[in-house]
Design a protein around this ligand. Structure first.
Ligand code: NAD
Length: 542
C-alpha cells in the first residue's frame, strides 16, 4: 500500500483555511474561510447561542463551529415548514420539476466545491466524494422526468363499469422529518428529500453533527435552484435530543443510520401512527462463483469492500469464494488491495481515504484485534496508519474468521472484509443469508441468467451482478433498501416518492346509486346485485 498526497499540515488556526495561493487556485472562491462557513451555518435554526466544534479528519484541525438547536428551535422549524408547505402544495408539478432540473445543473457545475467540503468533513478519498454530487444529479433528473408518471391522478376500475369513475390522488403527507448519517453527508442529507419536495411536502432535516456543512451546502443549492427557503429547514444537535422532537412533530420520518437507532425511530413513529422509512445497517455478502472472471471480480471486490473506507451501508464485509477459483482469486484480490494508494487529501489520486473519527477508528481496530486474537489470519492490511492521517486504517482482508469473532456477524463499517471458501453454491447462499441483516449482495459470474436465478434466493433488498453496489444504487428507477433488520420501506423509484404521499381514492357515481331504485324491494335489489356479480365474473372483469 503506497502513501500518496501527504496529509495537510494542521493550520493551528480557529478554522481550516483555504488555498495557500488564492489568486491561482480555483478553490479560493469557496475556501473554508470564516465567511464561507458562516454563510452556511446561518441556515441552522438556532437561538441557543451555543455551538459545537467540528474537526476535519484530514488532519484533526478545527473546521467549523455549528450553531446548536434546542427543542424550541425544532418547533420553530416545523412552524416555518408547515407554512411554507401550504403555499408549496399549490405550486404546479411542472414548476417543481423544473427546480429539480436546475438543481441537477447546479450540482454538476459546483461539484468541485461540493466535493471539497465533503472531503474536509469526512476525510474520504476524492473519488468516493465524487459519487455524492453524481447521485444527487441522477436523483434530481430522475424524479423531475418521472414526476407525472408517479404523481398524476391515476384512473382505477369503478365497481359499475361506465357509471363509477374512480381516480387516486397522491396527497402530500405535509412535513417530512429527515434524519441522516455522516457517511455520505451530501447525498444522504439531500437525496431522500428531493422526492419529498416534488410530491408537495416540506422538510425538516437533522443531518449528523459531524457533517453539517455538506448538508447545509445542499440546503443552499436547493434555494439557488428556486425552492422556497422555508421549505427546507435544518436543525443541528445530538440525535438523542433532537430526534424525538422531530419524530414528535413530523407527518412522516425518513431515517438513515444504524439499526439500533432505526428501532427507536420506529417506536416513536408507532406511538404517533405516522409512517417511516428506515435505511439501516448491513453485513453484506459478495459471492465469487466458479465461473467468475477472476480479474474483474478482484477489481470489483476492492470497490465492494473499500469504497469510502468501508463506511458505506451497501459495502461488502463478507466474501464467499468458490473452491475452484479460491487461490487464484485471493492472490489477485490481495495484490490489488496491497497496491492501493492511501491518504488523507483533498486531491484526486488516492484509492482510499480516512475514516471519519476516532470512534470509527476504535471500532475498526477492535474488530480486527479481536479477530486476530482469536486466530484469524491477516492477508492484507490490518493496521492503523497515523503517518497518513489521524484516522487512516489500511484496507484489510481477513481469512479464518469464525462465529466467535465480533466481525463475523457485526457490522464493522470500516475497510475490513472476511473471506470464506465454499464448495457448494446452495451452501454459499445459505451462509450469505445468515444473520439478521439483508441490505445488499453482489454475485460475480459470467453466466448472467444463473446469477439472476441465484439472486432470487438471497434475502437482500438489492443484488448487484458483476458489480458491487453501484449498478442498483445509481439506477434510480429501482427501489433501494433493506430486508429484515436492514430496514423498512425503500428510497428511489416509485416507492421512494409514494412513501411521501397519502393515496386518496375519489369516486364519482353517475345514474345509479347503491340502494334499491324505482320502488324495488331490498330483496329484489339483493337478487339484481347477485346476478350482476355473476355477470361481471363471466365477463372477465377484475
Ligand atoms: P446513527 O444511527 O448513530 O446516526 C444516524 C443519525 O441518527 C444521525 O443523524 C444521528 O444524530 C441520529 N440519531 C442518533 N440517535 C438518535 C435518536 N435516538 N433519535 C433520532 N436520531 C438519532 O448511525 P451512524 O453510526 O452515525 O451511521 C452509520 C450507520 O448508518 C451504519 O450502520 C450504516 O450501515 C447505516 N447507514 C445505512 C444506509 C442505508 O441506506 N441503508 C446509509 C448510510 C448509513
Amino acid at each position: 500500500m503506497s502513501a500518496q498526497n501527504p496529509v495537510p499540515e494542521p493550520t493551528g488556526g480557529p478554522l481550516v483555511e483555504g488555498p495557500a495561493d488564492p489568486e491561482h487556485d480555483p478553490r479560493a472562491s469557496y475556501a473554508l474561510e470564516p465567511d464561507y462557513v458562516a454563510a452556511l451555518t446561518r441556515r441552522v435554526v438556532s437561538t441557543t447561542g451555543e455551538t459545537a466544534q467540528v474537526d476535519t479528519p484530514l488532519n484533526g484541525a478545527p473546521l467549523a463551529h455549528i450553531p446548536q438547536s434546542s427543542a424550541a428551535d425544532v418547533a420553530e422549524a416545523f412552524t416555518r415548514a408547515r407554512k411554507a408547505q401550504q403555499a408549496w402544495s399549490r405550486v404546479s408539478l411542472d414548476d417543481r420539476a423544473a427546480m429539480l432540473l436546475r438543481l441537477h445543473d447546479l450540482v454538476l457545475d459546483r461539484q468541485d466545491e461540493i466535493i471539497d467540503l465533503i472531503v474536509w468533513e469526512s476525510g474520504k478519498a476524492r473519488k468516493h466524494a465524487f459519487d455524492e454530487p453524481m447521485h444527487i444529479a441522477l436523483t434530481a433528473r430522475y424524479y423531475a422526468r418521472t414526476a407525472r408518471q408517479h404523481l398524476k391522478a391515476d384512473r382505477k376500475l369503478g365497481v359499475v363499469p361506465g357509471l363509477t369513475r374512480v381516480e387516486v390522488n397522491r396527497v402530500p403527507k405535509g412535513v417530512v422529518g429527515i434524519i441522516s448519517p455522516w457517511n455520505y453527508p451530501f447525498t444522504m442529507a439531500l437525496c431522500d428529500g428531493l422526492p419529498a419536495l416534488l410530491a408537495g411536502n416540506a422538510v425538516v432535516t437533522k443531518p449528523d453533527a459531524q457533517t453539517m456543512l455538506s448538508a447545509l451546502l445542499g440546503a443552499q443549492l436547493l434555494e439557488e435552484a428556486g425552492f422556497p427557503a422555508d421549505l427546507w429547514q435544518v436543525v443541528a444537535g445530538p440525535g438523542a435530543d433532537l430526534g424525538p422532537e422531530i419524530v414528535g412533530r413530523a407527518d412522516y420520518i425518513c431515517f438513515t443510520g444504524s439499526t439500533a437507532t432505526g428501532k427507536l425511530i420506529a417506536q416513536g413513529c408507532a406511538d404517533r401512527l405516522i409512517g417511516c422509512s428506515l435505511e439501516l445497517g448491513g453485513k453484506n455478502p459478495i459471492l465469487i462463483l466458479r465461473d467468475a472472471d477472476i480479474d474483474k471480480a478482484a477489481e470489483g471486490a476492492v470497490r465492494a469492500a473499500f469504497s469510502n473506507a468501508g463506511q458505506l451501508c451497501v459495502s461488502m464485509e463478507r466474501m464467499f469464494v468458490a473452491d475452484q477459483v479460491y487461490d487464484r482469486f485471493v492472490e489477485r484480490f490481495v495484490a490489488r488491495t496491497e497496491a492501493m494508494s492511501l491518504g488523507a487529501s483533498l486531491d484526486w489520486g488516492t484509492d482510499m481515504g480516512s475514516l471519519i473519527s476516532q470512534q470509527q477508528l476504535d471500532a475498526v481496530v477492535r474488530h480486527v484485534e479481536d479477530a486476530v486474537a482469536k486466530g484469524a489470519r491477516v492477508l492484507a492490511g490490518g493496521k492503523a496508519r497515523p503517518d497518513l492521517g489521524p484516522y487512516v486504517f489500511e484496507p484489510t482482508i481477513l481469512e479464518g474468521v469464525s462465529p466467535d469473532m465480533t466481525c463475523f456477524g457485526e457490522e464493522t463499517f470500516g475497510p475490513v472484509i472476511s473471506i470464506y471458501r465454499f464448495h457448494d453454491e446452495a451452501d454459499a447462499v445459505a451462509r450469505a443469508n445468515d444473520g439478521e441483516y439483508g441490505l445488499n449482495a453482489s454475485i460475480y459470474s459470467q453466466d448472467g441468467s444463473r446469477a439472476r436465478a441465484m439472486a432470487r434466493h438471497i434475502k437482500c433488498g438489492t443484488v448487484n451482478i458483476n458489480e458491487a453496489f453501484g449498478a442498483t444504487f445509481a439506477s434510480i428507477d429501482s427501489p433501494m433498501g433493506g430486508m429484515r433488520q436492514s430496514g423498512m420501506g425503500r428510497r428511489q423509484g416509485a416507492e421512494g416518492i409514494h412513501r411521501y404521499t397519502e393515496p386518496q381514492a375519489v369516486a364519482t357515481q353517475r345514474l345509479i346509486r347503491f340502494a334499491p331504485m324505482f320502488g324495488m324491494s331490498d330483496e329484489a335489489y339483493g337478487k339484481v346485485m347477485t346476478a350482476n356479480l355473476r355477470l361481471m365474473k363471466k365477463l372477465g372483469r377484475a
